[in-house]
Design a protein around this ligand. Structure first.
Ligand code: HEC
Ligand code: HEC
Ligand code: HEC
Ligand code: HEC
Ligand code: HEC
Length: 340
C-alpha cells in the first residue's frame, strides 16, 4: 500500500485565483452565465448542471467545513478554499462554469488554481470553427490538455488540503499510453458531443471500473482478498483524500469485519487520532497508486464474501459536520469464494 506520507503543515497558498484579464484584443462580448450558453448548447449545459463542477461552491460538505477552517486556520485559509471552488472571477455565480474552462488561455504555474481566464476570450473548442456562433472561437489545445484540469486538481494547501492528482497522473501508465483526464472523464456520447457530467467518487459505476476485488483460496487453507487499482489514471482515492473512505469487509460466516481500509489517518500534534482535518497536525493517506494492490488473508475453509464499500465523507467526520445525507456508505463490488 502506498502511504503518501505524513504531510507537513503547509502555509496557506499564495495563489491569486484566476485573473480576469482586460479582454482579448477584438473580443466579442458574450454573456458568461452558464444558462446563457445553455440556450444554444443545451446538452452540455444539462450535463454540466448535474456535475460536481456546477455545485463546487455549494456542496454541503464544503459549506460545513468552511467555518471550521476559519476557526482553526484563519480567514485567509477560508478565502483560499472559496476562491478555488468559485471558478474564474468572471463567473456570474461561483462555480466551475463554462467560461472557466472555455475562456482559459493558460496558467501561471500548474497548481493551486492559477488559471488565466480572459474576459471575452474567443471560446476554445474542438474545431475552432464558429459558423453561426455569436461568439468567436479558437482551437482548444489547452482545453484538451491535462494541464487545464491539473491547474486546479493539483492543490498544495491550505495546510493539509494537499491533492496531487496531476502529479499522480503524470507518473501513471495511463499518461505514458497517451491518455488524458478528458479522455477518461469526458467520453464522447453516442451523438458525438463531449460528456460534461464529470463523474467522480460519488459515481459507483466509475469507482467500480477503477478497483478490482478478488478472493482466491490459499494453498494451505484460508483465503486471500486483494484490492487493485486497475483502472484509474491516478491514485485511488485521489483529490479530497482527507475526506474519502474506502474499505473491504469480509464475512466468513461470523459477521462482517474490515480487513482493508483506504483513506486518511488524522492525528493532532500529540499523535492522538482526531476526526476533523482542521484539528489535525498530520494526515497519513492510504491510497493505491495505478496498478498497485493491497491484500489481506482470512483463515478457515468456509465460504467467504468480500464487499468493497465507499463513503464520500468518512463516517465520524460526516456525523461531526452533520452531512450524513451527503455521504451514505455504498457497496461498490462484491466477490465470493465458496466453501472449499
Ligand atoms: C486550488 C484549488 C483548491 C483549493 C485551494 C481547495 N480545494 Fe477543495 N477541491 C478542489 C478540487 C479540484 C476538488 C475535487 C477533488 C475530489 O473530489 O477528489 C476538491 C474537492 C473538495 C471537497 C469534496 C467535495 C465533494 O464533492 O465531495 C471538499 C469538501 C473540499 N474540496 C473542501 C475544501 C476546503 C475546506 C478547502 C480549504 C481548506 C479547499 N477545498 C481548498 C480544489 C481545491
Ligand atoms: C446564440 C447561440 C449561442 C450562444 C449563446 C453560445 N454559443 Fe457557443 N456556439 C454557437 C454556435 C452556432 C456554434 C458553432 C456550431 C457548433 O459548434 O455548435 C458554437 C460553438 C461553440 C463551441 C465549439 C467551438 C469549436 O471549436 O468547435 C464552444 C466550445 C462553444 N460554442 C461554447 C460556448 C460557451 C461556453 C458559451 C457561453 C459563454 C456559448 N458557446 C454561447 C452558438 C452559441
Ligand atoms: C472543466 C472544464 C469544462 C467546463 C466547466 C465546460 N466545458 Fe465544454 N468542453 C470542455 C472540453 C475539455 C471539451 C472538449 C474539447 C475537445 O475535445 O477539443 C469541451 C467541449 C465543449 C463543446 C464542443 C462540443 C462538444 O461537446 O464536444 C461545447 C459546445 C461546450 N464544451 C460547451 C460548454 C458549455 C455550454 C459549458 C457550461 C454549461 C461547458 N462547456 C463547460 C471542458 C469544459
Ligand atoms: C477552475 C478549477 C477547475 C478546473 C479547471 C477543473 N476542475 Fe474538476 N473540480 C474542481 C473542483 C473545485 C471540484 C470539486 C467540486 C465538488 O465536488 O464540490 C472538481 C471536481 C471534479 C470532479 C468530480 C470529483 C468527484 O469526486 O466527484 C471531476 C471528475 C473533475 N473535477 C475532473 C476535471 C477534469 C477532467 C478537468 C479538466 C477537463 C477539470 N476537472 C477541470 C475544480 C476544477
Ligand atoms: C485511465 C482513466 C483516467 C484518467 C487518465 C484520469 N482519471 Fe480520474 N478517475 C478515473 C476513475 C476510474 C476514477 C474513479 C476512482 C476514484 O474515485 O478515485 C477517477 C476519479 C477521479 C476523481 C474523483 C477522485 C476521488 O477519489 O475523490 C477526480 C477528481 C479525478 N478522477 C480527476 C482526474 C484528473 C484531474 C485527471 C488528469 C490529471 C484524471 N482524473 C485522469 C479514471 C481516470
Amino acid at each position: 500500500m502506498l502511504i503518501l506520507g505524513a504531510l507537513p503543515a503547509i502555509a496557506c497558498c499564495d495563489a491569486t485565483w484566476s485573473e480576469a484579464g482586460d479582454g482579448a484584443p477584438g473580443a466579442a462580448a458574450y454573456d458568461p452565465a452558464p444558462a446563457s450558453c445553455g440556450g444554444c448548447h443545451p446538452q452540455q449545459h444539462a450535463e454540466w448542471a448535474a456535475s460536481a463542477h456546477a455545485r463546487s461552491a455549494r456542496q454541503p460538505t464544503f459549506r460545513a467545513l468552511l467555518p471550521e477552517v476559519e476557526a482553526s486556520w484563519g480567514a485567509a485559509a477560508r478565502a483560499a478554499c472559496e476562491r478555488c471552488h468559485a471558478g474564474a472571477a468572471l463567473e456570474p455565480e461561483p462555480a466551475i462554469g463554462c467560461v472557466t474552462c472555455h475562456a482559459a488561455t493558460g496558467n501561471r504555474g500548474t497548481r493551486d488554481g492559477r488559471l488565466t481566464v480572459l474576459a471575452g476570450a474567443p471560446l476554445a473548442g474542438p474545431t475552432g470553427a464558429a459558423a453561426g456562433a455569436p461568439h468567436a472561437t479558437r482551437d482548444g489545445d489547452f482545453l484538451r490538455a491535462p494541464d487545464l484540469c491539473g491547474t486546479c486538481h493539483e492543490v498544495t494547501g491550505p495546510r493539509l488540503f494537499v491533492e496531487p492528482t496531476l502529479t499522480e497522473f503524470r507518473a501513471s501508465p495511463a499518461a505514458a499510453a497517451g491518455l488524458t483526464c478528458q479522455g477518461c472523464h469526458m467520453p464522447r456520447t453516442p451523438d458525438g458531443h463531449t460528456d460534461h457530467r464529470f463523474p467522480g467518487f460519488r459515481d459507483d459505476a466509475l469507482v467500480a471500473t477503477a478497483l478490482r476485488l478478488d478472493v482466491a483460496p490459499l494453498p494451505g487453507g484460508g483465503a486471500r482478498v486483494t484490492l487493485t487499482n486497475a483502472g484509474a489514471g491516478h491514485a485511488v482515492p485521489t483529490g479530497a483524500t482527507l475526506l474519502r473512505e474506502l474499505w473491504v469487509e469480509v464475512d466468513a460466516g461470523d459477521g462482517p469485519r474490515r480487513v482493508i481500509t483506504l483513506g486518511a489517518d488524522l492525528r493532532d500534534a500529540a499523535g492522538v487520532r482526531v476526526t476533523l482535518p482542521t484539528d489535525a497536525a498530520t494526515a497519513t493517506i492510504a491510497a493505491l497508486a495505478p496498478g498497485e494492490s493491497v491484500a489481506a488473508d482470512v483463515p478457515g475453509t468456509g465460504a467467504v464474501t468480500a464487499r468493497l464499500v465507499a463513503r464520500a465523507v468518512e463516517g465520524e467526520l460526516a456525523a461531526a459536520l452533520g452531512v450524513e445525507d451527503d455521504a451514505p456508505a455504498r457497496v461498490i463490488a462484491t466477490a465470493r469464494l465458496p466453501a472449499r
